[in-house]
Ligand binder design. Sequence first.
Ligand SMILES: Nc1ncnc2c1ncn2[C@@H]1O[C@H](COP(=O)(O)OP(=O)(O)OP(=O)(O)O)[C@@H](O)[C@H]1O
Length: 240
Amino acid sequence: MFELEHLTIGYAKRQVITDLSLKIPEQTILAILGPSGSGKTTLLNAIADLLPHSGGISLNGKPVTPKQATLALVPQDYGLLPWKRVRQNIELGAKLKGQKLDTRKVQQLCATLELTDVLTRYPSQLSGGQKQRVALARAFALTPDLLLLDEAFSALDMVIKRRAQQLFLAQWQQSPVTTLMVTHDLKEALQLSDQILILTKDQPRLIENPLQEVSFTNRDRPEILAPALTKLEGLVATLW
Ligand SMILES: Nc1ncnc2c1ncn2[C@@H]1O[C@H](COP(=O)(O)OP(=O)(O)OP(=O)(O)O)[C@@H](O)[C@H]1O
């Protein structure tokens, strides 16, 4: 169980998240939606312990801190080190954490995320979609307890985005991990998540993804996706 208890986060002059509590089962993908400025990135950064906060953040009853749990954050700009090759970028998180790298696992990861051919390149020699997959590979290489994705797919064009989402899901299904995924994209929330947290000006709402029971592949079918999207758009319109 991943749990937030009375979480409050703010900057010097302004409280951004106030008294947020929620519980989600382990190995859930939670999409976090909210209007611009509602605190999505702030929430993710506080969970990653990059921002001061009050209240509890726990996984299976243990506090989530970098000492107690392995957290992997994929930031909006992917955070790749330009002077390191792709392979070193992928291995970096695990090395910094002092984890012994499982070479076979890294190979499998690179195969699933279609990175095997670019391992000796530098980030500047990659397309946007490839950089994004390197950032995902680095996160999965850590074998995290909690995966935090901050608009991980938003910079990609539509076709590459869907492919990247599918590769992410393929990898996630091989090593399912509790995932919190900030997104602006309602369709993405429906296609990738189990539950959806909608941040609002007043009371945040946690809802079940209406497509939760539908397999990830079937969520592409227009007759399944379209009505769920219309419903979510309606709900969001009333809350924002
Ligand atoms: N370092 C900071 N210092 C002060 N205020 C900040 C800081 N970073 C963010 N904020 C403010 O906190 C609020 C929430 O910002 P945050 O980036 O978390 O929103 P968001 O929902 O992720 O927005 P977006 O969808 O536009 O990325 C905003 O009002 C923003 O201006």
